[in-house]
Design a protein around this ligand. Sequence first.
Ligand SMILES: *Cc1c(COP(=O)(O)O)cnc(C)c1O
Length: 224
Amino acid sequence: MTQEEYKIYIDKVIRRVEAARLKVSDYHIVKIVAISKYSVSNEISNLYKIGQRAFGENKVQDLKAKAVELEDLPLEWHFVGNLQKNKINNLLDINPTLFHALDSIEIAQELQKKLEAKDMTLDALLQINSAKEESKYGFMPEVAADRYAQITKECPNINLKGLMSIGAHSEDKEIVKKSFETTYEIYKSLDGATICSMGMSGDFELAIECGSNMIRLGSVMFNK
Ligand SMILES: *Cc1c(COP(=O)(O)O)cnc(C)c1O
């Protein structure tokens, strides 16, 4: 695909996002985070040239490597994967725009300690295991609001901005929809939360219709 063809391709993706958000309301804004985990720096800079600024990775070492390789570009880096304790310093080194996957009290407490020591703050989202799947990380829906309040209170260097969830792993659209609705309901109940990060390449239109205002698109943005 030439760069010109790629631009036309991305215009089509953006038109799909537009159509979905307009079904919600003229005022419903949706931000696209391009997940670059299957892509190399060259592909990221091609997408940047079309106008994309926000990129995300799900492994700390990849995030760091790409952020360093592309440090001359004014990109926003998001971290969307599970964070292990021994990777916290590496993550904080690149001062990410948003950490989408805060999924335990233990990691929140560890992050708080490191942030305090570095005199930094970090914007983050609480991850919800909305369909209660064993294969997924995140807080169970029943306890999510309480844990959100607890982290807000006990971890002053973590700025919780809202929620993130991965749609249910199912071919049944109704089951996926239900998982998005579960997350959106919790999101609406939270005081001051502004980001609801739901929807990936295979289900972003449904996620937007369920209230998502941040979508994480990997394969569809890079035409994989
Ligand atoms: C890989 C990944 C995505 C993007 O997945 P696609 O299906 O390629 O769009 C989104 N969110 C998370 C947490 C991911 O790991």
